[in-house]
Design a protein around this ligand. Structure first.
Ligand code: SF4
Length: 492
């Protein structure tokens, strides 16, 4: 197995990641999805309402602008510092986790990650895996991989449970079922949960879900969770959650598997506090979450609960490729708060499903190309107004608009040429460069410009319908039938 040891992260030179994308929405399908979403008044008003609510809650958490400014700077610095030492921190994390009794695994691709976890499940003859919230497990389509092997994987986060029942993917990284109304959830429960009658009482619906899940926690042989921060100096996995299901997944079954992207490492425990503070406030507008779990190993001999075995799977899936490029590395600063989505005018109008990728919204548009290749995702960076709201709100100051412009350029110049995101100098093309130089000369000489614009409007019918990368996502450029100078002359 070509596992990404810290050395491969050191050595990564921008080469395409191995492995095929497992989720792919074609350009045609993406257009159709966006079109359908934009025309769905109900969906638009639901998302608008939910996002306005979250934006107001976040704003209320930062009444003091100067505190926000300094916390953002501190968080950005911690993330950049952690990434600058990533290979060393990964080695330290592995050593300390191993010392604590945690089994550490490295996976380069989704297939490798699934194979590792399937192997653990088979060794324990598991029939059911109960899951806490984990976007990385969505990224690798863990549920499908387990189900294909005859092992049940049940979501225990309420939102994830609802979308799993509906056979859908999450539409938001923090609130997976935010696109559903309580009436839709009531209908879903009545149809899918045995013995449940229709009720749209929210408390009753939550109790129904809890009842189903409580039994499953006891039955499951394995609990799976994500990781919000992994602390290298102590070998600690930090888990932020609100429902308590994460704690159930990581303590009740006899085996706990945690899965995370390799970028989630920080050096010291003291680095977690500011990140945690800005994460919860940016994500759900909470000062702190209801639960904050610190996991440093399996159950000890004198402890009453906890798993007997703990595993951590560290997934690359294109991250070391992003890491190799100084500008794209900033993508890895993300702490998955979802604030960029809540503030994005495009996400707010089309919702998360229209993107067709695991991570929707602004963050999805900059991380998906690393995971799935720019060939597969070349339209994603165009789903943006470049208004800058995402960059302004990001708690770790990822320059999302800047990265989107870079990806747009690269996608436009060679969307089909590269099997994956390569990311270096792809924007340069001699022909394009020559065309711009000629244009600059014509534009600088009034006589030449006059003649050129006259010719362009006379012969506009010969404008090509395909204009290099421009027409991949836009209508062809055509000179106006009448020049502006002629229209002005006619008026006066
Ligand atoms: S890009 Fe920034 S705002 Fe968006 S999810 Fe990541 S940390 Fe949050």
């Amino acid at each position: 197995m070509n596992a990404p040891t810290p050395h491969t992260v050191h050595a990564a030179q921008g080469k395409p990641a191995a492995g095929q994308p497992i989720a792919f929405v074609s350009a045609e399908a993406l257009r159709e999805r966006v079109h359908a979403a934009v025309n769905d008044d109900h969906l638009r008003s639901s998302f608008r309402g939910a996002m306005d609510f979250l934006m107001a809650k976040r704003a209320a958490q930062f009444p003091d602008e100067s505190e926000l400014v300094s916390l953002r700077s501190l968080s950005e610095a911690i993330r950049q510092y952690s990434l600058s030492k990533l290979p060393d921190l990964l080695e330290q994390l592995e050593a300390n986790l191993t010392r604590n009794g945690v089994h550490v695994h490295w996976a380069e691709t989704p297939d490798e990650a699934n194979a590792i976890m399937l192997d653990i499940a088979r060794r324990h003859q598991a029939k059911l895996i109960v899951k806490g919230k984990s976007m990385v497990s969505e990224e690798i389509e863990f549920n499908h991989a387990m189900e294909a092997a005859g092992i049940g994987a049940l979501e225990s986060d309420m939102g994830e449970y609802i979308v799993q029942l509906a056979g859908e993917k999450p539409s938001h990284i923090i609130m997976p079922a935010i696109h559903k109304t309580k009436e839709q959830i009531a209908t879903l429960f009545a149809e899918k949960v045995p013995g449940v009658d229709y009720t749209d009482n929210v408390d009753a619906l939550i109790q129904i879900g809890r009842q189903v899940l409580r039994e499953k926690f006891e039955q499951a042989e394995i609990g799976l969770s994500g990781v919000n921060f992994a602390v290298a100096e102590t070998g600690t996995l930090c888990l932020v959650e609100n429902e308590g299901n994460g704690r159930m997944c990581t303590t009740v079954p006899k085996v706990h598997i945690a899965i995370t992207g390799i970028e989630k490492v920080v050096e010291k425990l003291e680095h977690v506090a500011p990140l945690y503070s800005i994460l919860t406030r940016s994500a759900t507008g909470q000062a702190v979450s209801t639960y904050f779990n610190l996991i440093s190993g399996p159950r000890k001999a004198d402890e009453k609960d906890g798993p007997q075995e703990v595993h951590l799977v560290l997934l690359d899936n294109g991250r070391s490729q992003a890491y190799a490029d100084e500008q794209l590395r900033k993508t890895l600063q993300c702490i998955r708060c979802g604030a960029c989505m809540n503030h994005c005018p495009v996400y707010t109008r089309i919702g998360g499903h229209a993107y067709g990728t695991t991570y929707p919204g602004p963050i999805g548009k900059i991380v998906s190309p690393h995971m799935m290749g720019l060939e597969q995702t070349h339209l994603l960076p165009t789903l943006s107004t470049l208004c800058g709201a995402c960059g302004e709100v990001c708690p770790v100051k990822i320059p999302i608009p800047e990265l989107l412009v870079r990806l747009r350029g690269e996608a436009q110049s060679a969307p089909h040429a590269n099997p994956a995101m390569v990311g270096q100098g792809a924007g340069y093309k001699p022909l394009v460069s020559f065309a711009w130089r000629m244009w600059a000369r014509i534009y600088a000489q009034p006589g030449a410009y006059k003649a050129f614009s006259w010719l362009a409007s006379r012969f506009r019918v010969f404008s090509p319908s395909r204009q290099s990368g421009w027409t991949v996502a836009r209508t062809p450029l055509k000179p106006a039938p009448k020049r502006l100078r002629d229209m002005v002359r006619e008026r006066h």
